[in-house]
Write a protein that binds this ligand. Structure first.
Ligand code: NAI
Ligand code: AKG
Length: 453
């Protein structure tokens, strides 16, 4: 394929450390043949991400050592956090920060609090951040972190203590020009406020150490809604590029009704989209004519379950992915669309608002079925884009209006889409592979330009 030439002079020197342990009598093996002969590791989040990446790398002529460098994280930190429970008991929790790559700028990525958090999961999410910041063309690298805990079982005081312990444990590897965390699943402005406070106690007032903070504490206007809003911009661009018109009148199904899912639903509804079903971890609700999203948000904010919403009928949450619609938006956890259920989807577009919601085998099924996937590293890139705006505002002690933030987000999402669409069309690639190709080129070029000595 013909892609712009990449100046990898420095990287060529790295070829020297690529050695094949046992070269067969028939001659040296190419890296690709060697990979094919190497037993595949058991499927994991990180392996899934690397499967997608490898497909894009196969379109690029990178030296094997550069390939290896990009597939593996720069630094992995695992810590144990101990807090006193409200009962007086001592409790310990495992936490992680994986810093995948900082070739293009400081490490950047969210913090997730969930019982499913482990090193493999965080490693995969950190890698996705590297490619996300590159495809959005914002000056950051990629990282992710998390605490393995069930936040529903912890009081507010316990969560605050845990967050402060996390800052204390990670402080040596963090910094407003080194690694800047942000919200992810089960974290939000409240946790980011505690985070900033704990870091500032040690090093002086530093709002730029974390993004997604409360607005009155140097958070950016528009950050809370940014990932959902960015997802809507991404869908708008795709519909337009495919000649399918706009959001108005289209039908949407959303899995996940937290920060990302609920904001996407609100904005789609405002723009005349019909949100026909939504699910969260506990249940799902559907209405063929479209849910009254503002009323649903009010219902859930009052502490009621989705399924009890009087403006729709309850559906089993396991069936949400198969509800007929134009656009399906997974906005919850990873690995929900697999080889086993991808055949049951009844949509023409899947917009990956969540990170890693489709496994590589599931992705193959969707490709065969002609379902277009807006890949996570682009589709949910609105969150980190407005995090970049927040960080920029913090560094300048300045505040932008919400209109300005949203207009800049629109421009960034639109420009990134055009780049991906252009490569996908020219090279006949799925949007995901095209997005990875662009991101890989940007990161590899930056790494090569910085040198290796
Ligand atoms: N918050 C942000 O700015 C960004 C978030 N993301 C990704 O978006 C996804 C959602 O994140 P947030 O909305 O921030 O999290 P959140 O914690 O605010 O909401 C998560 C939602 O998913 C639901 N959920 C959990 N397990 C589920 C299951 N098995 N089936 C159906 N629903 C389930 C929860 O009930 C909740 O409604 C995650 O994959 C996250 O990594 C990506 C980019 C930025
Ligand atoms: O806002 C950020 O810095 C990162 C958000 C995030 O974790 C993500 O995009 O997955």
């Amino acid at each position: 394929m013909t892609l712009p030439p990449l100046d990898l002079q420095n990287a060529e020197a790295m070829q020297a450390d690529w050695t094949v342990a046992a070269t067969p009598a028939s001659g040296p093996l190419s890296a690709r043949k060697l990979a094919a002969l190497t037993p595949r590791p058991p499927a994991s989040h990180a392996a899934n991400t690397n499967t997608f990446l490898s497909e894009a790398l196969d379109h690029l002529n990178f030296p094997p050592a550069m390939r290896r460098l990009l597939l593996t994280p720069q630094r992995e930190v695992a810590v144990k956090l101990a807090i006193r429970r409200d009962s007086g008991e001592l409790a310990t929790f495992h936490a992680f920060r994986v810093q995948h790559d900082d070739s293009r700028g400081p490490f950047k990525g969210g913090l997730r609090y969930s019982p499913e958090v482990d090193l493999d999961d965080v490693r995969s999410l950190a890698s996705l951040m590297t490619w996300k910041t590159a495809v959005m063309d914002i000056p950051f690298g990629g990282a992710k972190g998390g605490i393995c805990c069930d936040p529903r079982q912890l009081s507010e005081r316990e969560l605050e203590a845990l967050t402060r312990k996390l800052v204390q444990a990670l402080r040596p590897v963090l910094g407003a020009h080194t690694d800047i965390p942000a919200p992810d699943m089960n974290t939000g402005a409240r946790e980011m406020g505690w985070f900033m406070d704990e870091y500032s106690k040690a090093v002086g007032f530093t709002p730029g150490i974390v993004t997604g903070k409360p607005v009155h504490l140097h958070g950016s206007l528009g950050r809370e809604a940014a990932t959902g809003r960015g997802t809507v911009f991404a869908i708008r661009e795709l519909l337009q590029a495919q000649g399918l018109g706009g959001i108005a009148g289209k039908t949407f199904v959303i899995q996940g009704f937290g920060n990302v899912g609920s904001w996407a639903a609100r904005i789609l509804h405002e723009q005349g989209g019909r949100v026909v079903a939504v699910a969260d971890a506990y249940g799902a609700v559907a209405a063929e004519g479209g849910l009254d999203v503002p009323a649903l948000v009010q219902h859930v904010t009052a502490g009621e379950s989705l399924a009890s919403f009087p403006g729709g009928s309850e559906v089993p949450k396991e069936r949400i992915l198969a509800v007929p619609c134009d656009v399906l938006i997974p906005a919850a956890i990873g690995g929900v669309i697999t080889e086993a259920n991808a055949g049951a989807l009844q949509c023409t577009i899947v917009a990956e608002a969540a990170n890693g919601p489709i496994t590589p085998d599931g992705d193959q099924v969707l490709r065969r079925r002609g379902i277009t996937v807006l890949p996570d590293i682009y589709c949910n890139g609105g969150g980190v884009t407005v995090s970049y705006f927040e960080w920029s505002q913090n560094l300048q002690s300045y505040r932008w209006t919400e209109e300005e933030v949203n207009a800049r987000l629109d421009r960034t999402m639109t420009e990134a889409f055009r780049g991906i669409w252009e490569v996908a069309t020219r090279e006949r690639l799925p949007l995901r592979t095209a997005a990875f190709v662009i991101a890989l080129q940007r990161v590899a070029q930056a790494r090569a330009n910085r040198g290796f000595d």
